[in-house]
Design a protein around this ligand. Structure first.
Ligand code: PHE
Length: 353
């Protein structure tokens, strides 16, 4: 057994040789030297009993000093480690590229709507918007729908509770709309704006009306309870079917491209006479025949009854009107196969545009 002071000296050198570079090493140091049970410093005290009484005080003093020094070393190491950790800051890698902020984009319907109206603006049309809650007169009556026309049927039209809207309807100043007993509906098309535009101004009229319309239809991949239309109205002296064809063909070339093919098919609407639908040839290599005709709008010469209902003299003025479906065009352009996705506002869908 080594001389007692030698043992203290030996352990002191051991303690001094220790390096403490982490929390784990600090804890290991504490257990090895200062631990209550097996700590090497504490173990030295055991030797006191074997010593000559006169040697004991000096020995005890030396062991206590070693204990103080070991504790000081441990505390200094812990302080240094804590400081280093603070200096390192939170655990982040400053060399990583930053996260770009999420950028919004136009909803595909809004984008198509904007492009369609801007083509007509370049043609000299102005843009107007109208109410989505309409009265029977503007949505049907003034547009020459007979009282028993199937489009007025509950199947197609969303009716609002009449009583709740009586005050609103009664408040309107335009001729027929003063009847508080008429039906109030969610507009089934943008055509009521033909009437509103004409009854609030003097010809000529040259306006497009983008907006939402509502129909009570069975929901499926190709029909939804609301959708978008752009209405067009041009009324002046001497407006003809030729103007209609020319303007809508020019629109198709501006919107779809110079080499787009269009065709007009005779059709029927109560508020136009004659009426026609316009189709565009939609190229699609996956379809037999390389594509198909897609109907994009209904149109026609404004019916004289409609002009008269809106206070425009049908002897003097003629006009054309059209109504274009925006959803189908949008779906074709973006390869969207289910109309409902346009209304669900799922960001995973929308962020693709
Ligand atoms: N309003 C008709 C529809 O919703 C479209 C149309 C508008 C037809 C204007 C002719 C003139 O189907």
């Amino acid at each position: 057994m080594p001389d007692a002071p030698d043992a203290v000296e030996q352990l002191r050198r051991q303690v001094e040789a220790e390096t403490i570079e982490s929390e784990e090493e600090a804890e290991a140091f504490r257990v090895a030297y200062l631990g209550r049970k097996r700590g090497k410093v504490g173990a030295l005290f055991d030797q006191i009993s074997e010593m000559a009484p006169e040697e004991r005080p000096a020995f005890g003093k030396a062991v206590n000093a070693l204990k103080d020094d070991a504790e000081a070393k441990l505390e200094a190491a812990r302080e240094r480690l804590a400081q280093e950790e603070r200096a390192a800051g939170p655990d982040l890698d400053l060399t990583l590229p930053g996260r770009p902020p999420a950028r919004g984009s136009l909803h595909p319907l809004r984008e198509t709507l904007g492009e369609v109206t801007s083509v007509f603006e370049r043609f000299g049309f102005s843009v107007a918007e109208g109410p989505e809650i309409e009265d029977d007169w503007h949505n049907f009556g003034a547009l020459n729908f007979p009282p028993d026309h199937p489009a007025r049927d509950m199947q197609d039209t969303f009716f609002l509770e009449k009583e709740k809207n009586e005050a609103r309807v009664a408040g309107e100043q335009n001729g027929h709309t003063e009847d508080p007993k008429q039906d109030v509906v969610l507009r089934t098309h943008t055509s009521p704006m033909q009437i509103r535009v004409m009854e609030n101004g003097e010809p000529p009229f040259r306006v497009v009306v983008p907006g939402r319309v509502y129909r009570n239809e069975a929901l499926s991949y190709k029909s939804y309870c609301l959708f978008y239309q752009v209405e067009g109205l041009y009324v002046d002296e001497g407006v003809s079917m030729g103007h209609l064809k020319q303007t809508l063909s020019l629109f198709a070339r501006s919107f779809f491209g110079e080499d787009v093919e269009t065709r007009f098919r005779p059709s029927y609407f109560p508020f136009t006479e004659p009426s026609a639908e316009m189709d565009v040839w939609w190229n699609d290599p996956e379809t037999a025949g390389g594509g198909q005709w897609m109907e994009i709008l209904g149109s026609g010469m404004v019916h004289p009854n409609v002009l008269e209902n809106a206070g425009v003299d049908p002897e003097r003025y003629t006009g054309y009107a059209f109504g274009m479906g925006i959803d189908r065009i949008t779906m074709l352009r973006h390869d969207i196969t289910d109309i409902r996705t346009l209304y669900e506002n799922d960001v995973r869908f929308l962020s693709q545009f």
